[in-house]
Write a protein that binds this ligand. Sequence first.
Ligand code: SAH
Length: 267
Amino acid sequence: MRKVIFISAGPGDPDLITIKAVYHLRKSEVILVDRLVSPEILKKYSNSKIKIIYVGKRSTCCRNENPLYMTQKRINDIMIYHALRGKYVVRLKGGDVSIFSNIMDELIELKKYHISYEIIPGVTAAVGAAAYTGIPLTARGYASSVRFITLHDPNSIHKDQWIELMNTSDTLVFYMCIQKLDFIFDKLIMNKRNIYTDKLVAIVEQATTPMQKVYTSSLYNCKELIRKEKKFLSPSLVIIGKTVNLHRKFKWTSDLYFFPKKNYFVS
Ligand code: SAH
């Protein structure tokens, strides 16, 4: 079979993976794994004799320091190599494979070689964090839409968009932004028209894992929170909106983690 199966691993809790994903993991012969995938998934659902290749990419700022850095080209080459040899290849990515992942680069490459593929959806980090923090992202009366945003390139958001982002009632979820928190809050506060005292910020560290931590503050005290905490653990994301107020009322804890408290993400 010349085919690659893209599998969404979910945000951390290994039990958030789909039954369809597990079906393919059990049959796979080669798995290419990203950095933000819970090792428990491999332990629980893959065959112990298969070939597991870690292809985690780090941000470009670490490229020179990290000997394990893998370029997208190298990942494509490894995937194509195994697929052309007829191996049952799984490409396992954190969260949902269609959200802020480089799936398109890999799909283009597969098309080039006429290799077929399947894409299995999953729980993206924003949705996992929303559930495990008790913040319904579109709660009636609080927000009627939600936006997933990344700031990989800080200049990708234009000044007018910042003004709009500050003044919208939508819930905003920022991915891959933890090193740019100061920048985000400066932009949002600078572009305010009204004082939104009812908008809160939640920074969610390692969502859906036993180490999940939630920090909340008003938009205007955020800089203070960043100064106090200094460093948030990876992976983290930021939820901004009136909906964050619901965390205090609806937060919950689980006794049902069937996995250890450490070694959470493949790094
Ligand atoms: N495809 C993934 C996103 C990859 S981008 C998905 O759908 O979730 C990587 C970013 O996702 C991280 O920088 C962080 O902002 C966010 N993220 C992934 N897992 C997370 C987790 N368990 N807790 C908090 N944020 C997470």
